[in-house]
Write a protein that binds this ligand. Sequence first.
Ligand code: AMP
Ligand code: MN
Ligand code: MN
Ligand code: MN
Length: 308
Amino acid sequence: MPIPDMPPRFAGDPDPLGIDLHMHSTASDGTLSPAALVALCAERGLALMALTDHDTVAGVEAAQRAAREHGIALLAGTELSTRWSGLNIHVVGLLPQGAQGRLVEGLAAQAEARARRAEVIAERLAKVGLHDALARAREQAGSERPLGRPDFARALVAAGLVADMGEAFRKHLGNGKAGDVKAHWPPLAEAVAWIRDAGGVAVLAHPLRHGLTRRKRGLLLDDFVAAGGQAAELVSGFQNPDVTRDLARQLDERGLYASLGSDFHFPGRHLAPGSMSAVPRTAVPPVWTHPWLASWLEAPPRATCTAL
Ligand code: AMP
Ligand code: MN
Ligand code: MN
Ligand code: MN
């Protein structure tokens, strides 16, 4: 069952492509279960989706089952937290063969890192008045999954210490604030190696969202390519078209493929699965034309499910 209508190149189509390769579920900090997310994607008419929860593939099996029911193609994935030049950089792994090889140990290490990091974040937040922060964040998570900063942000809101999630990140959890703990994450290059060892395609997530200058972004892309990274998100949610064209030039110069995704976490805001800015006409090839993904797309997607 080849997947229909996968454009072979970006021709400047103003309509959404029905493809979303970056989304979250309750396996990490999203609010929809994997099955509910897949149902929403099917309802919105997506042809191809990837589930890319933070540092885990725990939701993929349930998502695969739902995807078969709804007749939508689902690529296994994850979004790895890494460190580069003192920044927290995210790398999406698109995993046609699921989690295999060194990625399996890598994901176990990430879960462990999240647990230790949550303890440090809790200590830091106690100093700004959030006592029992670990228990409160766990209550917000509502399950035993690894904790993330959004759980602590919700705990800060629930305790009345901040007005909303935005303020929680601005004051306590965002870049450079006390609760922004990065030390536990592996170097960027290591995470890329795990993904490649699983036969996956490593995609630099939302390169425009780190507030980097064009030059610094170029250095990040250079290091990512040197580590074996194959693609970057040319479009992540909504972004300025001039900036997108400029980013396309940076990808083109380095021979990177282009991915795209909404980074959807929960309904009710401006983002939905498949909603993102249009991709301009560009010579940068779509990531689904990368040989490792193209062969998966030609084979029945269900053939990969046992490997998960
Ligand atoms: P962590 O994976 O624990 O480092 O948490 C990072 C996550 O926090 C991101 O993936 C977003 O889902 C969320 N996040 C980051 N910044 C903000 C913000 N300003 N407001 C709300 N959520 C945010
Ligand atoms: Mn998130
Ligand atoms: Mn991210
Ligand atoms: Mn994400």
